[in-house]
Design a protein around this ligand. Structure first.
Ligand code: BDR
Ligand code: CA
Length: 307
């Protein structure tokens, strides 16, 4: 049986790796991809998502463009980590398939309202603007969502865009607060775990042994990610932020989590965009605390071998 998913993303080098994994898997039914402004402006995230579909031979997957800016704050981008095109390592091209017609938020509302209870899993690897807007437009869409799998936030690890804040939450903290406060069950891949899974050279070497065209594309993305990461700290390899979401869906046994309730600091100041975990145990959010990094890369190699 395949798992129906909708992916909301802002490609992004690591979003591109995540899309390759999802589109390669015969256990995931990618119903649609929705895009949001984040790492680069919306026009580019929307093109990049379609590029990845075409490279994976999946031009049939509809890509809907969503919100071009966050709810309240000034837009921020992350070209320093993803390149000017948003997809460092690949030569940009205009994909054959156009964008699907209609706004991503309208698509989400219409699809999730019509879905059977808990039918869809939502993978979210960018700022949460589209999901929050859909929830504001029609809170009843929660009925169609079985789980959110989010790349968002940081606790013990500290931030990557400020000392306290992770990029996706910092880029639209008000949206993230709406999504967490909705109480929809969520698995949260934060920097606490993604920083423990990095594209170390032996792992890339292993992927190079997989002699498929798709594996070669993946290697280019991972190597480009490493160059960008190394600019910030010499020798440091790029973390598998967004790919963690799909890895979790395909191999949950690779991860450990604790149940909690997450909220977001939306007041101005140095902690703007920080995720906060409730002190009382339990809650709707599974905060992932550890991952089997080698198992993770075995999964990637396996997926790329089969495409
Ligand atoms: C997140 O921020 C973006 O730059 C990445 O694509 C990832 O989604 C990591 O903080
Ligand atoms: Ca992303």
């Amino acid at each position: 049986m395949t798992l129906p998913i909708i992916i909301d993303c802002d490609p992004g080098v690591d979003d591109a790796v995540m899309l390759m994994m999802a589109l390669a898997s015969d256990r995931l039914d990618v119903r649609a991809i929705t895009t949001v402004a984040g790492n680069v402006p919306l026009r580019l995230t929307s093109r990049n998502a379609r590029m990845m579909c075409q490279l994976m031979g999946r031009g049939d997957v509809p890509v809907y463009a969503g919100c071009p800016r966050p709810i309240l704050r000034t837009p921020v981008t992350a070209e320093d980590f993803h390149g000017k095109s948003g997809i460092a390592g690949l030569d940009p091209f205009e994909p054959d398939a156009p964008l699907a017609s209609g706004h991503a938020v309208t698509f989400l509302v219409d699809t999730l309202k019509a879905a059977s209870p808990g039918e869809c899993t939502l993978v979210v690897t960018g700022p949460m603007t589209n999901i929050a807007a859909a929830l504001v437009l029609d809170p009843s869409i929660a009925q169609g969502i079985s789980r959110l799998v989010l790349m968002a936030g940081a606790d013990s690890e500290g931030g990557n865009i400020t000392p306290f804040s992770e990029f996706n939450v910092y880029a639209d903290p008000h949206a993230a607060e709406i999504v967490f406060a909705s109480g929809i069950p969520a698995t949260v891949m934060s920097l606490d775990v993604t920083h423990t899974v990095r594209a170390e050279l032996p792992r890339i070497e292993r992927l190079k042994q997989v002699k498929t065209e798709k594996a070669a594309i993946m290697v280019r993305l991972l190597e480009a990610g490493n160059v960008m990461e190394g600019r910030w700290k010499e020798g440091r390899k790029s973390p598998m932020h967004d790919p963690s979401t799909v890895a979790f869906l395909l191999a949950p046994h690779l991860f450990e989590a604790k149940a909690t309730t997450v909220s977001v600091a939306t007041e101005d100041g140095e902690r703007f965009g920080q995720t906060r975990l409730a002190t009382a145990p339990g809650g709707p959010h599974d905060w992932v605390t550890s991952a089997d990094a080698d198992g993770f890369f075995d999964l990637i190699a396996d997926l790329m071998a089969r495409t």
